[in-house]
Design a protein. Sequence first.
Lengths: 484, 672
Amino acid sequence: MTIPPEVKRSLSHTVKFRSNEIELLSSFISLNASNSSSALIIHGYKSVGKTFTVENYLTYLGVRNSIIRCDECVTNRVLLQRCFNKIKSDSGKNNNNNNDQIDKLKFGKSLESFYNFANALEKFIENSNYTDHHVLVLDRFDQCMESTNDLFIAFLRLREISKLDNLSIIFIISTDIPKEIVTSTIPTIYFKPYTEIQITEILQSSQSCLFGIEEIDNNPSSYEFWKQYAKIVVDLFFSYTGSDLNLLMDIIIKIWDKFIEPVIEGKYNVNEFVKVYRQGSELFTNENVINNSLIREYSTLQEEKPTTNGNVEDLPIHSKFILIASYLASFVEQKDDLHKFSKVKAVKYKKRVFSHKPNTKNDIDSRLLSPGFFDLERMFAILSVIYRNTAPSLNQQTEINLENDVAQIEEKKDIERAKFTLSRNTDLYSQVATLFSLGLISKSAASDILGARVRWKCNISWQTAEALCKEVDFPILDYLADEP
Amino acid sequence: MNGDPHDSNEFSSDFRPVRRLSSQELKSDKSFQKIKQRSKLLYQQPDQSSSSTSEQTEDSVIGVKRTGESSNTNQLSKKAKTIEIPSVSKSIPSNPSNKVDKFAKIRGIKLTTSQPFSAFQDVSFGVERSSDRIRVPSTKITIPKDPITNPAIVSKDDLETVTNGTKPLSVSDGIENDLVNDTEIEGNGELKKADLSDVDSVKNYVLSQLIGKFTKVREASLLREKYSEIYNMFENTVVHNEGHSALLFGSRKSGKTSLINQAIDDLSKNYKDQFLVVKLNFFIHSDDSIALREIARQLDKKVKELNHNAGDDIESDLEAGNFEQRSINDTFANILSILDKDLSTQISTQSKIPIIFIIDEFERFTNSSKQTLLYNLFDLSQSSETAITVVGVSSKVTTRELLEKRVRSRFSQRIISLHKPNTVEEFWDNAKLNLLLDEEFINTLVDPKYGYSWNESINNIYEGKNNNGVSSLSKLVLHNYYTLKNFVEFNNNCIPVISEISENEPFPSESSFLKYTNCQEINNRQSIINALSDLELMLIIAAARCIEKFDLPTVNFNLAYAEYQGMIKEFNLNTTTGVNSLDSRFRTNFKINQKIWSSKILKNSWETLYRLGILLDSAGITTNNDGHIITNVNLNKNLIIEENKMVQADITLEELSNLLNDSVIFKKLTKL
């Protein structure tokens, strides 16, 4: 049941560099159901043409098949339903068109579990006397939103438990083979990653971007232009994409329109690739090309401007201080609190008693680590300290007034500062609640906000915190940095 | 059988005419074969001993040969064969068990007589030989040669393989060996081009053996005894109405299900419609209620079928199928009450029809609360009037301990476990069954010669006769034996080879046995690393360096990125320093520094690493009180991973440096 050589040749023309894989594929899946293995795993990391190869092979073979995109299925139930419906419609045995009601009565309403699915499928195949070889392709089976490991085993046992002898299943996965089935020794075909040369050749072989102007497109040098363009993109971005063909295609399409602008405007000719490249060279160095976090705005079709420090700018001053205090509470260790925030200078810093080892955990900048949880009380304590020390209202420079006794004013001020508590003046709790609802701080459990056991953590990054401190003129580094 | 001794005389002098005659001879012997096969089913044990008798007879012949020791070994071995063959052909039609004793006696005498004799001649030589003789029968029994694996075949061809098999043990006779080789080569030469239909049918036959379920259970030395145990148990259930329970253990793909399927197939051939089989599999019937529904459904279906076969009218047909009820409790009560009484009310033709339960992935059913289903099934198997046999199939040896006390006490404690092969020869003997053709099948071919030479060619390839040195097939066998001992894996390797054969190349080509292995990933960590892009590789190196440097259990993106920045700066510095002289300044100007990519870009790479599974969620594996391992590694594969989320790296710096090629320029980054 080998595929005829001429088919093989045209197949190898469409699918490049995968002749070994196709050969193996043809030995495991053929037109004859009894000669095809019941299950086959196609495995390869990243997008290296797995689905493409399988789809092309099946079309060339001419076997009945149904392909399910598993990553589109939200739950396993949806997956099973799709499988069943697709097999039913692809079998060509579905005589009663659009008669869903009858089908539902016949095969059960909803395919809740695999058991129902297997029963329904068996019933359908028995009823319709469907004996052709059918290949079910479960594409990106590992990317279904629910875990599919149990389903995996169940699918493998399908032939064992039921009379579905004419069904072969191809799983296409791009992560490790799950531990549950690793001992079941399913035939596996591994797709190796492409090399840079192979990728270039694949991209060059078919021109996927056109100029949109017929004169230029019909010009044979437009193909040459494309080839050079593809080469350049692969050269520049291969270190980022690796053998991921889809990622490269995205970049190629993204840059193309802007890149060919000079050609379309008529500034340069199609065969003057180097000149075009020189003009558009910044396009390739712009990192936004590969950064997929920016979205094109719908109204302007321009890419949105990246925001630097979230949306913390328009917060009230107290909220900003609460945020800073919570950042400090999260990133300063509790044992250092006395040293860092207390006025009592008697507390000597005893950290460096031991001989200093070059690389220890303590040397890691705490800002790089994940935020620690803190109690609300601790944050309030820190807040009152930093507010007292740096808040503009409390730290105005006193005007030098010779009439008044400077010392007296300073004394007054000191009394005021000593008496100061923030909680008397402002409704801190509501502000904390607001920050929580904005998602800038979060809490450990989904319980009452004011519960005693709840612990909090700060959600803002260092960049945001830095910008925030600059705005309120707060020297945050004094509190974070370790003393030498 | 009359012509047999005559033929064998010819056989000993020349091989060719035997070949031609054998097919005709076999045709005439077909009725004999049928009887033989039939008796095989019923009397498994005696039959085995009969096949071993032929071994012993021939062994005794060797004894004869050695007692009359002389320099002309070639003649002797020929003589030996002429003695041997009539004795075997005589032994077959008569009752085998008697023969065993006789031959044992003869051997005993032979041994006693020969030993002093040889000791008289040459002491050291005699000792060697006597030890040889002791070894021979023992290996014979553990590693059965062809005659046992194909017990249905009794022909001269078979005998030839017997003699071939013993040849290495007998005194080597060069001429004899040459003769055999000649005929083989000639046989192959004749069949350079085989009939197209033959090739197709052979291909289909072998492929379906390799892909489909294993059907030569009775011929596989590993499964044969277990098979007869299971089969006898089933038979007792059906014939004597006994209830049994048993657990069948065996690692995955060791042939548990094939064994049971074969037993049930044979049982239904012999006792058609006299029993019911209910199969459950935890992976599909994932809790007790679904399993119950499945039991009800299968019973309904089978009872209906039985009634159909019995020729009942539609009315009884309707009233029969009512095991399954709308509510699960009713269903259960219904099943219990019906099974507990008897099925005579349900089926008019037979009273108390036995039921065989096959429960696959048995250990998983013990997880359900109170193990209700298992309790009831075991209870029924002991107390019910209907004969009920429960066979649990499991790959976990501790399954019996997982049963609750009250369930365990109802279980018969009978445990059947399957073993893996202990020697390479044993492995090959079992593995090759799927590649070889059956005698019966060969006779259906247009040209049976092709079938025989097919079997020969498989053996030849394994032994590496075509080219000196180790053949790829035996490499494959050795590799499999010393790593997995997995027959299915072996089959997977053979499928591409078999599917390649065509009219012009009717025999499997030796070179392509490694084709499948070449298309496998070497080792998943390594192939992940190979699939990474440069940036991703540097990021994972940075993460590993971080872990190594600070002795951390986990790492996050921020740390890895900071390390990445430092790492690349250092890298660029190191590559540019040391070129101070003026003439090399020109070169340094063109030195390509590694670009430091922005954190936003590397964030994508970090996500890719996470998705590929080389970064794992921290604290992924925990054990609960019962000692079960609970893993939530990549359980919630959230595609967005926060910058400061701590993850474990599944690879260390040392491993990385081992995995990287020397040509990769980042290799030196793996040294701190």
